[in-house]
Write a protein that binds this ligand. Sequence first.
Ligand code: NAI
Length: 304
Amino acid sequence: DTQHTPPRAVPLEPSAVVAVVGAGAMGAGIAQVAAAAGHLVKLVDAREGAAAAAIDGIRAQYRKLADKSRMTAEAAEAAGRRLVAAAGLGDLADAALVVEAIVENLEAKRTLYRELEAIVGDDCIFGTNTSSISVTSIGATLRRPERLAGLHFFNPAPLMALVEIVSGLATDKAVADTLFATAEAWGKTPVHARSTPGFIVNRVARPYYAEALRVLNEGGADCATLDALMRDCGGFRMGPFELMDMIGHDVNFAVTRSVWNAFYNDPRFTPSLIQQELVDAGFYGRKNGRGFFDYRDGAVRPAP
Ligand code: NAI
């Protein structure tokens, strides 16, 4: 009996209801992926009208995919119908999985999942999309922390294949395995990770941003030059500055701070004052028109 192979984890059934809390850039992308995979997806956001607006955007994306023959018109129509804007957390009682993609803040995430625990069934699993906050820590105030794992998509979620499945100290292995199998069923490439600061990719990517920001700070080169070098000569898909503008400086700065704090302020991860300035000014990047580059009239040029 030593040849025994463990049973393969099974993904969530397409008939399972998936809830996504936070209808921003990531939540909308994740909802798009889950509904395309056949789930009824309930989207919730604290901002009035945000979930409905995100659903309109996702339906437009499906139509674009159908126009490019990447999905049939019927599939696009059907996936669009599987998205529902829920009025609040109280509507999520039948969810089998709740993906959280709200603000990158420990207390906000803890509070959300504690509230959800009083609403959902015992079998419901929680997948946080946090980029950097300890999954162990988010789960610590839950009645059943074993049901929580990281389900970390990359931006833009419909296009990026990688999903980190992050286990905290209390995460049940079966929960991580179910999420792994589900991400695969959704056409993604999952990888198991432990809850270390920044997990795998955001940890390794920190110096890409940090060193580029140091070069900029020292006047070594401007952002457009650095981006062009890394992109066109270095073989990276995007340069560091255009990438930070896409991620959003509010989000990226919060991630850097959280990794820095988690490593007891290790100077390798010290956040940049340039980025602090952008956040203070409200110049978050592409999402609101200005960052290292100026997108306000549709053209992309270095910001003055
Ligand atoms: P975003 O700012 O675009 O969207 C966040 C949404 O959550 C907003 O619509 C906001 O109204 C809503 N929200 C905030 N607090 C809420 C609450 N308590 N209940 C319900 N809704 C609430 O942010 P984004 O970029 O979508 O990030 C969301 C999460 O995903 C963060 O944890 C972030 O670290 C993570 N992430 C972000 C990536 C990125 O490149 N932007 C990549 C991977 C993960």
